[in-house]
Design a protein around this ligand. Structure first.
Ligand code: LMR
Length: 329
């Protein structure tokens, strides 16, 4: 029975509901797999601070580090389903999504320095790659640098022959798979969150990675040797669920774009020093022998690894590789 009174109560409830809705912040769950105390971790926190400030609290960013919510593969699925809104996976993790062109970034010795990497992401190829994500329900917002890969194991890795038969953990990239095989190693794809235990128990013998991750995941406590080979590069794509992003009020989206832009400048600015500091700490622990290869040794690695570029043309696409060469210089 609908009385005047229930009508009033209903009307009051509806007003309350609208008011509550107007005040409830838009929540962005930002999930990632590394520690807070890393370039990516700090970039995510900077984004949170800027986003919340600039939207006057209309947006709340919840950062979930260290694979707390999802591991590598699961986080991609969660983003597509809308269970989280934002991620920053390594560029080496887009292959399983069908965006295999991203693996161009994994080609060994592709970038001579950070500027060369930035020239690729800031140029037309960086934008083209992001376009490839849109049919998958994902929008790319920015690229975050995390420096160059070094190698680790429980034995010295100086020469190519030292890799023979070594089980090496890799990210889910076919280019990294080819790279490890070219060195004579046995690659094994594994989620980042499982790496420490896999090294500790001997499921794998070694890995490639960056000092900031080696330190914060305690990889340096289960590996005795590291080689500063700088043979590969690690970087991230900050990505959002496209439907969520497109559905945001325009003013909020503009504020968030600004926050991403500034968090990107910050993350890219700290990457090199964060990794240098982490390497110093690893050295200072006295538990790891850190080796700098000679120019001759690097040439030996290059000789073994450069054929991977040609071999991966069919996977990554010749046009993509050529575009990367052109921008990287
Ligand atoms: C890895 O899996 O080794 C890296 O991609 C982890 C990361 O996000 O830095």
């Amino acid at each position: 029975l609908f009385t005047r009174r229930t009508g009033l109560v209903l009307a009051a409830l509806m007003t309350l509901g609208t008011a509550a809705q107007a005040q409830a912040p838009i929540v962005i769950k930002f999930s990632h797999v590394v520690a807070n105390d890393t370039p990516k971790g700090k970039g995510a926190i900077r984004f949170k601070e800027l986003a919340e400030q600039r939207t006057n609290g209309r947006v709340k960013v919840e950062v979930y580090p260290n694979s707390q919510l999802y591991k590598d593969k699961e986080e991609m699925e969660a983003l597509q389903l809308g269970s989280v809104q934002m991620l920053a996976p390594s560029l080496a993790k887009f292959g399983p999504l069908g965006a295999k062109e991203f693996e161009v970034f994994d080609l060994p010795f592709l970038f001579k320095d950070t500027a060369a990497f930035r020239a690729v992401t800031d140029g037309p190829l960086g934008a083209d790659l992001f376009k490839k994500l849109e049919p998958k329900g994902i929008k790319g917002l920015a690229y975050w640098d995390n420096g160059f890969h070094i190698m680790s194991a429980n034995k010295p890795l100086h020469h190519v022959a030292d890799f023979k038969g070594m089980k090496m953990r890799i990210q889910s990239s076919k280019v990294l798979d080819a790279q490890m095989r070219a060195l004579g190693a046995i690659p094994q794809v594994m989620a980042f969150s499982e790496l420490y235990q896999a090294l500790q128990t001997g499921v794998v013998d070694g890995t490639e990675g960056v000092p900031s991750n080696f330190l914060t995941q305690k990889i340096s406590e289960v590996q005795k040797h590291m080689t500063l080979s700088n043979h590969g590069h690690l970087a991230y794509a900050v990505i959002v669920n496209k439907k969520f992003w497109d559905g945001l009020p325009a003013d909020i989206r503009t504020q968030l774009e600004g926050a991403i832009k500034d968090a990107t400048t910050y993350a890219n600015a700290i990457a090199a020093t964060e990794n240098a500091t982490a390497l110093d700490k690893i050295k200072a622990s006295g538990k790891v022998t850190v080796y700098t290869p000679t120019p001759d040794e690097i040439n030996e690695w290059k000789k073994a690894l450069m054929p991977v570029h040609k071999e991966m043309e069919s996977r990554v696409g010749k046009a993509t590789i050529d575009a990367a060469y052109k921008a990287a210089g």
